[in-house]
Design a binder for this molecule. Structure first.
Ligand SMILES: [Ca+2]
Ligand SMILES: [Ca+2]
Length: 227
């Protein structure tokens, strides 16, 4: 029971909820979590607004007239992948940071090429049998932002097989990573970390076979782990 004149706690809160959508398109600045009607500083005067976290010109808005406020971020993109720019000194920094890349390709994904393609097909996942000296996969020539990446390739081999796995910048011809391995019977995930120094080049994650054993390709994942 609520006494006359009292305001139900839940009702009062529901009317306080402000708009949450951010308008203005891709370049819109995302307000800091504490944004809202600024409190007039008790000692403010008619000074010009400065970047200092205070309402210098007494118009009810803190650091208005600048590109952004401390704590705000704005979306950005590198090579088509999304990141964000931070507000530093009431201006958005030029560098797009925290660009997220998470890619996954099935063994039979059309984005991948296979020069072993004349060999025996295996169900839904592409594979090679008796086809020594060819690429089990090449491509996908994806334009990646510069940064550090973790690559994981799930393979299967029908017996002992010699394989060469590499990450290759097909724009410059530079090998970014290369490793020769001898794989035993069964399925396994080969993982490696690689740094991509130049952004938006066509990068390949290749698997080359030197064996006549059957090599099955299940999937390849590529995840960006840092700038
Ligand atoms: Ca102001
Ligand atoms: Ca200010």
């Amino acid at each position: 029971m609520i006494a006359d004149g009292a305001i139900a706690d839940g009702a009062a809160r529901s009317s306080d909820a402000g708009p949450t959508a951010v308008e203005g398109g891709a370049d819109a600045v995302v307000p800091a979590p504490d944004s809202g009607p600024a409190q007039l500083d008790a000692g403010c005067s008619s000074r010009a607004e400065e970047c200092n976290g205070a309402d210098d010109d007494c118009d009810g808005m803190i650091d208005d007239g600048f590109e952004c406020r401390a704590g705000e971020t704005a979306p950005c993109a590198v090579c088509g992948f999304s990141g964000s720019r931070q507000c530093v000194g009431c201006a958005l920094e030029p560098t797009c940071r925290g660009v997220a890349v998470s890619l996954r390709y099935e063994g039979n994904d059309g984005a991948l090429g296979h020069t072993c393609a004349g060999s025996v097909a295996c169900d839904s996942d592409w594979c090679a049998c008796g086809a020594a000296e060819c690429y089990v996969q090449y491509g996908p020539y994806v334009a990646l932002p510069a940064g550090r990446y973790h690559v994981a390739i799930l393979l299967g081999v029908s017996g002992t097989g010699d394989l060469l796995l590499d990450a290759f910048d097909s724009t410059t011809g530079a090998a970014l990573y290369s490793s020769a391995i001898t794989a035993g019977l069964g399925a396994f995930t080969y993982e490696y970390d690689v740094s991509v120094p130049d952004g938006c080049h066509a990068i390949e994650f290749r698997v080359y076979t030197h064996t006549t054993a059957c090599v099955r390709l299940y999937d390849t994942t590529v995840r960006r782990t840092g700038d």
